[in-house]
Design a protein around this ligand. Structure first.
Ligand SMILES: *[C@@H]1O[C@H](CO)[C@@H](O)[C@H](O)[C@H]1NC(C)=O
Ligand SMILES: *[C@@H]1O[C@H](CO)[C@@H](O)[C@H](O)[C@H]1NC(C)=O
Ligand SMILES: *[C@@H]1O[C@H](CO)[C@@H](O)[C@H](O)[C@H]1NC(C)=O
Length: 381
């Protein structure tokens, strides 16, 4: 801002200087002979051109300075996606994604270029691997984020892994939501905020832009858990699961939806023109799933070329199919909820639909529970 102010103040000053110079020359011209007059008048023209040039230069620099405040955002903008139709085959069904139809029905999803307004505090370089906990959250869900930060999304070390919580957010139409988000961002520095508006279909942009951020910041994660903000998550179970499944990192892990029926009504409705198939390929429920950072590169590159499907979990399913990655089911991802029992929750990786009012109490009970089943789990390291 300082530079901009200086630039603006100097403009009237410079114009005044120009005026004085022109006046001075005029007086000299009137005093001199005819020949001198013509020499001087040609000088005036030259001077005038120089001053005009200077004026334009100053104006351009001011415009440039103003623009330069926006440049950080421009620089972070992603490459322009070059999408096209694809035909995918999972061995059972064939899926054709016709790009011109996606373009007609969801043009914004196809053309949006990821632009970040807030980025989290960069992770310190350390020796222990990072388990990134990426939580989709709406700006208005303040109490959910507060409860999560109090319980499972703490910066902590669990059995050799550093936990790193980040919230994935878009914009809210309500100014007061964004003011709260700004306060949170200053207090916690754990927010990734993009400049699209929150909305059901725009969750696919959250998926795509999150992959782009992971791709551009490979130091931020070794493993990624991504899920909703109404979850109970058990970080020690996640770490144990990662250690047990290390031999097969080229898979994504979660609650597998096997050839779900395409709905033509409700908020999940998809038109026949966009997607005529009756079934979706396999995908993991968006409630919560886990994958290795080793997969980010191919997922990201696929995300630049295939059409963006307007349901985020199905979209990731298409990305996996097109990237030749496999999905693995584990029934400890309770994406449809689980009746509370401290020992079942202690074994769970994820339980969906846990409201923030109950989360702290559940969390404490699970930590204090002495369960006979399974290995002895200690929560924080
Ligand atoms: C894709 O859709 C367009 C119109 O929306 C149609 O003209 C074209 O034939 C379709 N392409 C394929 C391969 O189905
Ligand atoms: C997605 O974001 C764009 C840009 O902010 C907005 O115009 C659009 O309405 C949003 N879509 C949905 C479905 O909310
Ligand atoms: C996908 O992976 C399988 C083995 O998992 C391999 O046989 C096949 O060639 C791969 N296809 C592509 C397109 O990479």
């Amino acid at each position: 801002m300082k530079n901009e102010d200086t630039g603006l103040q100097s403009l009237p000053g410079l114009l005044k200087l120009q005026a004085t110079a022109v006046q001075g020359t005029r007086q000299q011209v009137q005093a001199g002979s005819g020949q001198l007059r013509s020499i001087m008048s040609s000088r005036i023209v030259v001077r005038f051109h120089t001053l005009l040039f200077l004026g334009v230069f100053v104006l351009l620099s001011i415009v440039g300075l103003k623009l330069s405040f926006k440049i950080p955002v421009f620089l972070k903008m992603s490459p322009e996606p070059k999408r096209q139709s694809v035909t995918l085959d999972d061995g059972v069904h064939v899926y054709h994604l016709n790009f011109s139809r996606f373009q007609e029905e969801f043009p914004y999803l196809q053309s949006y270029r990821c632009s970040l307004l807030y980025t989290p505090q960069p992770e310190d370089l350390g020796l222990s691997p990072i388990l990134l906990l990426a939580i989709k959250s709406h700006p208005r869900s303040t109490s959910r984020r507060a409860a999560i930060r109090e319980t499972w999304a703490k910066q902590a070390e669990v059995m050799g892994y550093r936990l790193r919580p980040v919230f994935l957010m878009g914009l809210s139409d309500r100014e007061q939501h964004m003011e709260i988000v700004k306060v949170e961002e200053e207090a916690y520095r754990d927010i990734l905020l993009w400049d699209f508006t929150e909305g059901h279909h725009n969750l696919s942009l959250k998926e795509r832009c999150f992959l782009e951020w992971l791709h551009d910041n490979p130091q931020e994660a070794n493993f990624i858990f991504k899920g909703d903000d109404d979850l109970f998550v058990n970080p020690s179970s996640l770490v144990r699961y990662i250690n047990e499944n290390a031999p097969s990192p080229f898979q994504l892990h979660g609650a597998l939806q096997r050839h779900s029926v395409v709905l033509r009504y409700s908020k999940y409705k998809i038109s026949y023109t966009l997607f005529p198939n009756a079934k979706y390929p396999y995908f993991l429920s968006g409630g919560g799933f886990l994958f290795s950072a080793a997969l980010v590169r191919s997922l990201y590159q696929t995300s630049l070329r295939i059409p963006v499907f307007p349901l985020d979990d199905v979209y990731l399913g298409f990305l996996c199919l097109a990237s030749n990655l496999t999905l693995r089911h584990n029934n400890l991802f309770y994406v449809f909820g689980l009746k509370f029992d401290p020992c079942n929750y202690q074994r769970a990786l994820v339980v969906h639909r846990v409201e923030s009012e109950n989360l702290l109490q559940i969390w404490n009970q699970v930590q204090e529970a002495h369960c006979l089943t399974g290995p002895n789990i200690k929560f924080w390291g």
